[in-house]
Design a protein around this ligand. Structure first.
Ligand code: BEZ
Length: 221
């Protein structure tokens, strides 16, 4: 099991990247951050993912989220691979709009619990899984996703989840299934009806259920 849990301070690792050597917390500054890992450069699924991430980079920027990718190859490979990625991306940017970490000795992939034991390179060494870590401005981990190398991620879902993380960091609400920005949200169970009425000037509506318990409380944030 990966050692990092929600709420843990994300490691302030040092790494070589396509924008030079970084210390992760300095790279993040006071922004939110998203780190997403890839099994290997010049592989098909990873290329579609990076191309999509490049296309959506303005959406991450709008939300104040700094993006950084990781793959277990060298900086030189990353630079060459980025050209392929941008050739197939519908991004309007000329170059990949975020850096890629070079984890050629897998040190960071091991530290962050990112290796996929079922996918190996030609030397039999495990490749990185498709991890996503969202880090808050307090440097604590707010979300983690772990997909195997053979399943590509959905970056629109990641943006949707970030919208929820950013909203619920500010307000005592939770977002229901398939929620999108602008939809109604749920009042969190720990708030009493009186507290909810005071906190949500747009009002709270409660859906009746057979149990008679008033826990399905909606509000417009
Ligand atoms: C890919 O990115 O296409 C890939 C990488 C490693 C294993 C399987 C697929």
């Amino acid at each position: 099991m990966p050692g990092l849990l929600l709420g843990d301070v994300f490691p302030n690792f040092e790494a070589d990247t396509t924008i030079g050597r970084i210390k992760f917390h300095d790279f993040l500054g006071s922004s939110w951050g998203v780190l997403f890992s890839h099994p290997k450069d010049f592989t098909p699924v990873c290329t579609t993912e990076l191309a999509c991430a490049a296309k959506l980079s303005d959406e991450f920027k709008k939300r104040g989220v700094k993006m950084i990718a990781l793959s277990i190859d060298s900086v030189e490979d990353h630079h060459n691979w980025s050209k392929d990625v941008m050739a197939v991306s519908s991004s309007t940017a000329k170059t990949l709009p975020f850096p890629i970490i070079a984890d050629h000795n897998r040190a960071l992939s091991i530290e962050l619990g990112m290796l996929d034991p079922d996918e190996r390179d030609s030397d039999g060494l495990p490749l990185t899984a498709r991890c996503v870590f969202v880090i808050g401005p307090d440097k604590k981990m707010k979300l983690s996703i772990l997909y195997p190398a053979t399943t590509g991620r959905n970056f629109d879902e990641l943006l949707r989840a970030i919208d929820s993380l950013q909203l619920t960091a500010q307000k005592k609400v939770a977002t229901p299934v398939d929620w999108k920005l602008g939809d109604k949200v749920m009042v969190i169970p720990s708030l009493s009806d009186a507290e909810a009425a005071a906190l949500f000037p747009n009002g709270v509506t409660t859906k009746e259920v057979p149990s008679g318990k008033n826990y399905l409380r909606y509000t417009q944030p």
